[in-house]
Design a protein. Sequence first.
Length: 245
Amino acid sequence: MLPDVTLSVVVPAYNEELRLGATLVELCRFLRGQPWDWEVRVVDDGSTDRTLAVAAEHAAEEPRLVLQGEPHRGKGGAVKAGLLASRHAYRFICDADLSMPVAELPRFLPPVLTDFDIAIGSREGHQARRIGEPMIRHVAGRIFNFGVQRLMVPGIDDTQCGFKMFTAAAVNAIFPAVEVEGWAFDIEVLYLARRQGLRIIEVPIEWHYRRESRLSLVRDGAAMLRELLAIRARAGRRSGGDSRS
């Protein structure tokens, strides 16, 4: 018999006052219709706008909506803090723009998906759908993934999708050692998971490009490259020079 599903949904948010409210309404409406014990945990990454106030307004109406205020560190720092503070057996990262339809969520959980430690949303593969994405962003993403596969995690086609499911055991095994606090934290997470022999499954999803995305190809692309090189350097020190073990 499959265990009962208990789920924490972690939503990292930085200056998301314009988008967060609609996302929380949609998430909570969907989760209320599921047979799960659940929480939605909004991790505010030191926002300077009304992000925390918007979340508090919704939390006043839904006791399973938890607010977690953090100093500004970056998406990786917010995700790490939220996942480690979560209290349920399955822990899901969800971007504040909800660019993956929430109806896809059961595909990351039993009984649809079993025997995994980490299930990562993938925008690649014949069953995945990218909707509305500019070609230049898609090409830039594939170039970056080529480098990631060559340097760190071969065989994973989409490390950067913002929708990932972890078991509580995987969170506790990986995240205390995660150092990257910016956009490239996913790479370090997956590298550490591989080193520990955890089971990683890619789940093809439908993904909608949001024009308001905070990811800048120039600014954040350069930062992610620096973070990738730093991860590789640490990997070399950990493994005595073999960073792909």
